[in-house]
Design a binder for this molecule. Structure first.
Ligand code: SF4
Length: 380
């Protein structure tokens, strides 16, 4: 088993949860005083004891974010290439077994171009291309072609697609791919098996190792996350943070970022068992920021406009804006193609930019300079 698999095994819930339960306010203060927050310190920051000290933790998180990223928020936009999927994830509307009835389609390259043109007009320079798990429909060569088309319009192109082999990631890097986003969804093996019922995604170990394969293949931006609501948020947050720190060390040429996608609306057959409140979400973001001062934190339009605005000063570094979660959703499709999930923040890119400025931050259309990231990597 590769190394992070061993780290994960060394931190089962039976080890993490007692640390969280036993944490005291004094231990939380101790975690804030550590030069480099330890896993035990992270557990304290995730604890109920820390929930009463959020203001103090927020001040530290804000200081660290400004130290490493200044007062800037990067902007990106998702572009769904396809909503066809052969895996069966109980929480997802794209699953063939979800009972969803919307139209399924895969964009051809002319349509990809039309979508890119529409998004580039808003000023975006960073795009995330997404598909379901359907390599027969969205094959590697299809993805490579889509990356090439997108690169004509955006300096920064990332994909959020099914897990690939290292050589396959390399082929995408060769045509201009800069980033890979790949959520583990949950790091809890038993829950993972329950919610991933069919398809290639059922293979926990293959997916766990995929983001490192991307890093080895030369992908310069790696983004991970757990789908909050599938399992205990404190454990999944803890594991995600450990994974990010592991990747910072192993894939030091890549910039590592973390997303915090929160399940809100699911197909009827999936009940959200571990819903976390807004306050708990904030606690998780702050704790992870302190554990990972150099990591980017991405915030999607799954969250409401008001909540996203409140999170700007608390550690977020990248936000999507003006998003659609359906193929052709920007310019191509007049028909109602099936969406992956409902958008909560429906503001236009210009409105999100204005909100970022009102918060005293500068919107950045292009991601940070890679020379800077190389320098950060070498220092670790
Ligand atoms: S989460 Fe991804 S792999 Fe799973 S059903 Fe949805 S699109 Fe398919």
């Amino acid at each position: 088993m590769f190394d992070f698999g061993k780290i994960l095994e060394a931190w089962p819930p039976e080890r993490i949860l007692p640390l969280i339960t036993a944490a005291t306010p004094a231990m939380v203060k101790g975690s804030l005083a550590q030069e480099r927050c330890s896993p035990e310190g992270l557990a304290a920051l995730l604890s109920p004891a820390a929930a009463g000290q959020l203001e103090e933790i927020a001040r530290q998180a804000q200081r660290l974010t400004r130290q490493h990223f200044g007062r800037t928020i990067g902007l990106y936009v998702p572009l769904y290439l396809s909503n066809v999927c052969y895996s069966d994830c109980t929480y997802c509307f794209f699953s063939a077994a979800s009972g969803s009835s919307g139209i399924r389609r895969t964009l051809n390259m002319d349509e990809v171009r039309t979508e890119c043109q529409a998004l580039a007009k808003h000023g975006f320079q960073s795009v995330l291309l997404l598909t379901g798990d359907a390599p027969k429909v969205a094959s590697l060569s299809y993805l490579a072609e889509a990356v090439q088309v997108a690169r004509e319009y955006f300096p920064s192109v990332a994909v959020e697609v099914y897990a690939l082999e290292e050589e396959e990631y390399r082929q995408l890097v060769d045509v201009g791919l800069e980033g890979v986003t790949l959520y583990m969804e949950t790091y809890h093996r038993e829950t993972y098996a329950q919610v991933h019922r069919r398809g290639r995604k059922r293979d926990f170990d293959y997916r766990l190792a995929a983001i490192e394969r991307a890093g080895r293949a030369g992908v310069r931006r790696l983004s991970i996350g757990a789908l909050l609501g599938l399992y205990d948020w404190r454990c999944d947050g803890f594991w995600t943070a450990l994974h990010a720190r592991y990747l910072q060390k192993e894939c030091w040429r890549s910039a590592i970022s973390v997303s915090l996608p929160r399940l809100r609306c699911t197909p009827p057959r999936h009940r959200i068992s571990y819903f976390l409140s807004d306050r708990e979400f904030v606690q998780l973001l702050l704790a992870m920021r302190i554990f990972l001062p150099e990591a980017g934190f991405n915030l999607s339009t799954r969250e409401s406009a008001a909540f996203r605005d409140r999170l700007i000063p608390l550690g977020v570094t990248n936000m999507s804006a003006g998003s659609s979660t359906r193929p052709g959703g920007y310019a191509v499709s007049g028909e109602e193609t099936l969406a992956q999930f409902e958008i909560e923040d429906r503001r236009s890119p210009a409105e999100v930019v204005a909100a970022i400025r009102r918060a005293g931050y500068d919107p950045v259309w292009k991601d940070f300079d890679w020379a800077f990231h190389d320098e950060v990597g070498r220092r670790q």
